[in-house]
Design a binder for this molecule. Sequence first.
Ligand code: WTA
Length: 649
Amino acid sequence: MQQEEFDSLLKETRRFEPSEEFRNQANFRDPTVYDRARQDPEGYWAEQARHLDWVTPFTKVLEWDPPHARWFSDGQLNAAYNAVDRHRLGPRKNKAAILWEGEPGDSKVYTYEMLGREVDRAAHMLTRLGVRRGDRVTIYLPMIPELPIAMLACAKIGAIHSVVFGGFSSQSLKDRIMDAESKILITADGGWRRGRVVPLKANADEAVKGTPVETVLVVKRVGEASGAALTPDRDKDWAEEMAKSPTTPFPAETMGAEDILYLLYTSGTTGKPKGIVHSTGGYLVGANTSMRSVFDLKDEDIFFCTADVGWVTGHTYVVYGPLSAGATVVMYEGAPDYPDRDRFWAIVEKYGVTIFYTAPTSIRTFMKWGPEYPKRRNLSSLRLLGTVGEPINPEAWMWYHEHIGAGRCPIVDTWWQTETGCAVIAPLPGLTATKPGSATLPLPGFEADVVDEDGNPVEPGRGGYLVLKRPWPSMLRTIWGDDERFRNTYFGKFDGIYLSGDGAHKDEDGYVWVLGRMDDVINVSGHRIGTMEAESALVDHPAVAEAAVIGRAHEIKGQAITAFVTLKEGVESDPALVDELKQHVVEKIGALARPEEIVFAPELPKTRSGKIMRRLLRDVAEGRVLGDTTTLADPGVMEDLKARYAEKE
Ligand code: WTA
């Protein structure tokens, strides 16, 4: 975030108190909860953990051997049992668990009982296909019901799922399969996006070459339109395999609380994505608690989180959080503007959505489209709104408040990360006054702070490192196969304190204002991309000698990728090459990493020791007066770059 934005945030003084009406019905309405949790965080978490069903109740709460935490470690449970089966036994048996809406307009409803039968059958199927407890199962699916069913079937068996977002390229999928050493991949013949087929199967075929994958299980979603064929012996049709599997209940594997539930890869500051490891017990406690606290979930609610399940937001707030709390979730397959720009609002109206959760980048897009789209639909069922994924600018917050929430719905701006597993800084909507642009206060049981280089808390209004000073149940346990990297990345700077990688400041009321990443991670439309990842993809192209990638402020996406590229001797820079390089990045990583612009630069700004000064490149891309250039080996480079940026493609 830049100085001007930072200053305008410091001036933001609007404040919205919870309405009396909301407060009176809120799950968390006793203001002493913050103090109680501060005085006895373990007691607080133990109390929350009792909202789950344990096969063996835990007697230990926390064992903390920094940077490794173990939560509820002698407890035993099964995540799928908690998310599905326990609801089949009581009054929620025939309650809708998933209201699924396909992009073309088809839809399906799964009650808890129906979902449970599918999960059981899928668990039998995976077992028949050789999947055992502890095995990694890579899942590369569109937003169709088979995605949560596959995840829950893994959880039921005790297998570890690794979901890869369907927008990732075959290369990204391959890297993740290799790292996780999966022997099985679950994919689909395709998915629908803006009326077109996403070629998942073609990507999967490419990805599995040379990997340990022996079985590819294929869900038929688009049928004829995909053109995908099954490879004999290796590929199996999901529906056929399901049909061959028993319909009897599948006994849930009894898991230790610390057993791994899943891996989810996320970008870091090196080129190699990190397999974030989440536990079974602690993760589920975090996901479940935040449904009741932040989202004030009631049995009557219809919960719609627009995130793809391929990201952590979808893991926690489409699958494990809402289902473990017995909610009805809406799951939508496609684009927000298909067939028209009111699709989300049509869904809200159709299903009577009461809680709606989306990303600031979407809200800014809705703003650009104009209020006539939400106005077309009846949104009066809504009672709570949420945002996640990036800082929300106060203007977007106010628009959301007014045009979607009708000035009536509290907004919960939830700060968290793949690594944290669940929301960490967010309002309790019945208790916490909100301020547009601030994620407000750490939730009960979390100790977030903003500190300086030495780890001391900063004065109000001063920027610093956003850290978590105490372990929490749903924290990542390690990085898959690389505990050293886990230790260095998150606990290397301050002893025993978790470094989030974000910058923030606190105001006089202790409210946290998240400013964005402080490391070499770019947040494009709420998706994390490592600068090194994008740079490696560019340098991989035969025409490129060197590349420097930065995130620059972008009106809709929050940040956009600008790439400065030095071509090899003798290569001509022309517009066709710009397109080719952008496409190359898409093929290497996925469409989410497509550079917004590419600037050809005969030289990049480097220090005398050869380090590229990305800070100066950001100044150029954001049209600012250049920062300190005295450490540059050749300060003259900058004038040339400015001129080139102005003429960029
Ligand atoms: C950013 C998504 C400001 C932040 C759940 C974090 C936010 C990264 C917010 C994690 C928010 C997420 N306000 N910034 N409410 N929520 N972020 O792992 O930079 O995909 O580090 O997890 O998104 O992204 P991730």
